[in-house]
Write a protein that binds this ligand. Sequence first.
Ligand code: AMP
Ligand code: MG
Length: 528
Amino acid sequence: MSFSRSSNAVRADSIDALSMDELAAAIDIGRPDAFVQLGAAFLTRLPAAPVPDPYLVAVSADAAAQLGIDPASVQKVAQDPAFSAFFAGNPTREWPAERLPYATVYSGHQFGVWAGQLGDGRAIGLGEIEHDGKRLELQLKGAGRTPYSRMADGRAVLRSSIREFLCSEAMHHLGIPTTRALCVIGSDMPVRRETIETSAIVTRVSPSFVRFGHFEHFYSNDRVEELKALADHVIDRFYPQCRDADDPYLALLSEVTLRTADLMADWQAVGFCHGVMNTDNMSILGLTIDYGPFGFMDGFNAHHICNHSDTQGRYSYSRQPQVGYWNLFCLAQALVPLFGSHYPEEGRSERVIEDAQRVLEGFKTAFAPALESRMRAKLGLAETREGDDKLANALLEVMHANRADFTMTFRNLAKMSKADALNDAPARDLFLDRAAFDAWANDYRARLAEETLSDAERAAAMNRVNPKYVLRNHLAEQAIRQAKEKDFSEVERLMRVLSRPFDEQPEFESYAGLPPDWASDLEVSCSS
Ligand code: AMP
Ligand code: MG
């Protein structure tokens, strides 16, 4: 059994022994270097607002394992009404003052426009759990109003909470950096969106929830001391290697730039659209964060806009890398006051700007090869040849023209043979314009002839990077429809399927298929 933490060890030595009290006690809010210790300029301490009759919708055993909770044990403790109450934000006892949760303040650029102060408008931090030398912060999303809620209600609906829960876990299993989700707790408390819906709370789990927008907040308010405290917190906790650089803050920008470039390459390579890449939705750790109107593409459209509210297409699929780069500019701008303290006063500002620009250039030098190497792997090319990027782009063009299914196309390419076209059909049949596919397939086969891997070896390698199962909109929708009827089995099943995205799972073949007709007009918007 395995529920322990290294300090003040809370140990349960049998599965039955893990109680909700022990789980709650393991959440540590008092570490000297925790975000919450940054103090009042950064956050407001407040209790969650209780919800009536909370119930368990889903729990992720895998996320629990990250926290050191034995998967079997969490399944069991999750059935305890005290679990639902706790992760709904309804404590059984009054929150002791020193354990009071916290909502943090940030600002940001939304859809390219400075939006001023934002903040955790519906999320509160509970503290951290340490396991295996790693510390993870727990945050309840949808737990009530905070001083940063503006005109909104501090709540999240069941529908968007299930989507966030499933996608965080699915992304993790795809190997893409992301915040995690421990559980979804529902309540029949009505919440007004376009229609009346019911509310839910997701427990998010991450090493940190710091966003680009946290830095922009202190920069925009000319609070350099707090800006520095925040940067020092992030460096000390997450990028300690930056301390050795001449300019630790520039080194921080560089690290974040590289992680963001990698993340953009990861998203592009699985056909994932985030939907709301505002600077307040950009993680300082390069994690996918704030799942709202995201989407995995079915038929490939390079300019796909997954967010119905994004009328200009600012966050379309093809623009994501560019927007990541734009957001890094905002972060760089916010860090400017911290740069260059090792330079003499004379000429410092010019040198600082040059440094920042050079570091940001690193995005371009990192992103293109990062995406190229992912595309090469997706095509099963073990060797590197001039023109591989053209071959990949040519495929994307034919896919775009034919709206060929993104996930199925790459998955089915693995079935092709390098000798002849006899096994082309599974991929080829996804293209209306068969001749266009054949032309590309000829070039592909010519390229495969330069590879030493056998067809079987190549297929195995491709199947490790081209998922068979992704969280298609219609799959999430099906699980949501059932959940609204209080049947949560489909959420559970879908999570299970998506926890092995690269494996053949014959019993779940239908989860890998094209979306049904009823799903063609599904829309997701910022409403959540
Ligand atoms: P998002 O577009 O979800 O990233 O949200 C942008 C900002 O609005 C963040 O500061 C959120 O905390 C806040 N927000 C979104 N929805 C709500 C809500 N229902 N209640 C309070 N704040 C919200
Ligand atoms: Mg957000």
